[in-house]
Design a protein around this ligand. Structure first.
Ligand code: EZ4
Ligand code: CO
Length: 402
């Protein structure tokens, strides 16, 4: 089964998506998600200029070999752009394999370990009361796990908070805009938010929170300790974990579970975090972390150290990635939770999907392969629009982690 040609489809139904479509001489094609928020065109160029010419003529059945051709075979390897491209190739090849064999992806991954994948929703608000109302709305929709983010008093902008009535979307049209940040105000506010959330909604609801890389290790340790009484399901990205050893400090001060990895792209970003059991959940998604082929290895490695998955699933990861993630979530033993932010309705004008939500969980139907399709004519109606993620500055002007 030879690869004959490939297309990179860039569209913007509300936000940008990059989709790789790989064609074979058997009439079967596969889709992969190559979206890298704010850096879409870099991945398009990597695919079109470097990967696709080398894919033509290869046997689409040999996924492992093709993976290593593009990873090991690239002298200058790793990094988010290269790995987003490789992830899309890998997802498209697994999609092709499923379609060729007439079976859903989860079946190729060992079958189902569970019937539904627990998800967490995003509640947010400009302040505490609005955020807590938002928690209530998601709880009423049956969500068992909810991430809570709220604007910090006296700080003009806060990540993770919905603007207007749509889904949360951090990227804005044009070049990166600046947002303000203040660590002391945040550290005073966050424990109060979760104290109020527990008082309002009780002990059973699973509550999550994303620090979005804003703290130093000792500040993160302080927050994790201050949040301990409120029994979070997880505290995400308390520090920018480029220095994996920094988590030793956080870990030694608190039993609040830690989730890290949405910006990682290979197993090598995690080795210390996993082998020293410095995290509880790994977030590197299929579409940025080398696809099914690499995530199978990372998830298996993590399972040996009792680390579970909690894949990134924001709206900047396309329906192709979300569907593939659900297959993976249903199949593996050490699944923890899946992030789920509903795509805007307009996204379904371009993508047809195979997943459904009920009772706080997601599942996929038995459509062969990943089970998502793209309508190229409709995609063409929504041309690419340059957009960027924000950058953060502390109130004194210091450029900081966004
Ligand atoms: O800011 O996906 O946990 N979720 C997140 C996301 C990220 C965006 C960046 O592209 O932190 O909302
Ligand atoms: Co996050």
């Amino acid at each position: 089964m030879r690869i004959t040609h490939a297309k990179v489809i860039v569209c913007c139904p509300g936000r940008n998506f990059v989709t790789l479509k790989l064609f074979t001489d058997q009439g079967v094609y596969g889709l992969g998600d190559a979206t890298l928020n704010g850096r879409e065109k870099a991945v398009v160029a990597y695919l079109e200029e470097h990967c696709i010419p080398a894919l033509i003529g290869r046997d689409a059945r040999n996924i492992e070999d093709i993976w290593h051709y593009f990873y090991r075979g690239a002298y200058f390897r790793r990094g988010p752009v290269a790995l987003a491209a490789l992830s899309a190739i890998d997802l498209a090849l697994w999609d092709i394999k499923g379609k060729a064999l007439g079976t859903p992806l989860y079946n190729l991954l060992g079958g189902k370990s569970r019937q539904t994948a627990l998800v967490y929703a995003h509640a947010s608000g400009k302040g505490m009361s609005e955020a807590l109302e938002s928690v209530g709305r998601f709880r009423d929709l049956g969500y068992k796990a909810i991430r809570v983010q709220a604007g910090v008093p006296d700080v003009p902008d806060t990540y993770g908070v919905v603007q207007g009535s749509g889904a949360y979307e951090p990227a804005k049209r044009g070049i990166a805009h600046e947002e303000a940040w203040d660590t002391p105000k945040y550290l005073r506010f966050a424990p109060k938010l979760f104290q109020k959330a527990r008082e309002t909604y009780g002990d059973e609801l699973l509550l999550l929170h994303d620090v979005h890389h804003r703290l130093t290790p000792i500040e993160a340790a302080r927050l994790a300790q201050d949040l301990e009484p409120f029994r979070l399901f997880w505290l995400e990205d308390p520090v920018a974990a480029e220095l994996q050893e920094s988590l030793r400090l956080v870990r030694s001060h608190s039993t609040t579970p830690i989730a890290i990895g949405e910006v990682f792209n290979t197993a090598f970003d995690f080795t210390t975090l996993i082998t020293e059991q410095l995290i509880d959940y790994m977030r590197m998604p299929l579409c940025h972390g080398g696809g099914i082929t690499h995530l199978q290895k990372v998830a298996a490695f993590a399972s040996l150290y009792h680390v579970q998955t909690g894949f990134h699933g924001a709206t900047d990861l396309s329906p192709v990635n979300l569907a593939a993630s659900i297959h993976f979530d249903l199949a593996i033993n050490n699944f923890g939770i899946q992030e789920y932010m509903l795509h805007a309705d307009i996204v379904r004008d371009v993508f047809t999907t195979n997943y459904s939500y009920a009772d706080g969980g997601l599942t996929v139907d038995d459509t062969p392969g990943i089970g998502v399709d793209i309508d190229e004519d409709r995609a063409a109606k929504y041309p690419y629009q340059m957009a960027s993620l924000p950058v953060a500055r502390k109130l004194d002007g210091t450029l900081w982690n966004w």
